[in-house]
Write a protein of this length. Structure first.
Length: 309
């Protein structure tokens, strides 16, 4: 690890120890913040593919398994019974078969991945390259248990422009046809109550990401699927009154610790990025900036929603 990266990592260790936590709404387990580093000389480029593989979240699988999973709506087994008639299911399954046949015919280097069930139940996606070298990633949307208020983690949109003018005509034609097929597949709208006051509202549909690189296509698709929230980070606990809900006496002192962390990030990095991976009941959040040697260093927290019907 480079000396500068070690120095940043060491400073963050001092700032967050013995421990700091971010208590996410509805979460009763975890939330402890720990230092994180990605050493590019040992781990390669930092991107969501490499991070997901390094964490053991993903596994390669066969396209046939993905087709079956999407047709059988395996992920939606966690929701109350879906009101689809046999005719509606057959129509939907036929359209999905058409989509996969289209992808296999028109995309090169086609790969299929699924999240390991311990991290996300049956969520999966396919990705391939067009003849012009662009990448298209297809996946279903997923349900996210927790919304994170701005006063807990303040963040804003990243300015990452994607223009269709970057793509050739073949890629644009493929996008148009994918949009037509996924539109015909349609949306399954779900809402109700899991019990215990946990109300849900969720639209299950097929989405896609397209980009000049494989990594950015993953990134786009993950964001559309709601697996990933990618934002510019500003601060923890912008409203210190939030801390008073959890700490009755010493929350002013604890707030001062968060202020030190926020100040360090804002002074040390020109841009701090939040990668929030939402895995149904689990949250994996990285708050990171890039050091001069090119490493990524910052903080990581894992938190879990505990469902008590």
């Amino acid at each position: 690890m480079h000396t500068e990266t070690e120095r940043i990592f060491g400073t963050l260790q001092v700032l967050v120890e013995p421990y700091l936590t971010v208590r996410l709404p509805g979460h009763e387990d975890g939330g402890t913040i720990v230092p994180f580093v990605w050493d590019v000389s040992e781990q390669g480029e930092f991107n969501i593919i490499n991070l997901s593989l390094a964490n053991g979240w993903l596994q390669l699988t066969d396209v046939d398994i993905i087709i079956k999973s999407w047709q059988e709506l395996e992920y939606l087994e966690f929701f109350p019974k879906i009101n689809l008639s046999l005719l509606e299911k057959n129509i939907r399954n036929n359209k999905l078969a058409v989509l996969f046949q289209f992808l296999q015919t028109n995309l090169q280097e086609l790969e299929s991945f699924r999240f390991k069930k311990a991290y996300y139940p049956t969520s999966s996606f396919v990705i391939g390259r067009t003849e012009e070298g662009n990448w298209i990633c297809i996946c279903p949307t997923v349900y996210t248990e927790t919304g994170i208020p701005q006063e807990l983690i303040s963040r804003s949109s990243l300015s990452r422009s994607t223009s269709s003018q970057l793509y050739g005509q073949n890629t644009l034609n493929l996008i148009s046809q994918i949009e037509a097929i996924t539109s015909e597949i349609g949306t399954i709208s779900l809402e109700g109550d899991f019990g215990g006051g946990y109300y849900y509202s969720y639209d299950h549909q097929i989405v896609y990401g397209v980009a000049l690189s494989k990594e950015l296509a993953f990134e786009q698709a993950f964001q559309k699927a709601r697996l990933l929230e990618l934002k510019q980070f500003h601060s923890f606990y912008s409203d210190k009154n939030c801390l008073s809900d959890y700490y009755e006496e010493d929350y002013e002192e604890i707030y001062a610790k968060y202020e030190q962390v926020n100040k360090f990030f804002n002074q040390r990095f020109p841009e701090v990025i939040m990668y929030r991976f939402s895995f149904f009941t689990q949250e994996h959040i990285y708050i990171i900036g890039q050091s001069n040697p090119g490493d990524w260093v910052g903080l990581y927290l894992k938190s879990e929603f505990v469902y008590n019907p």
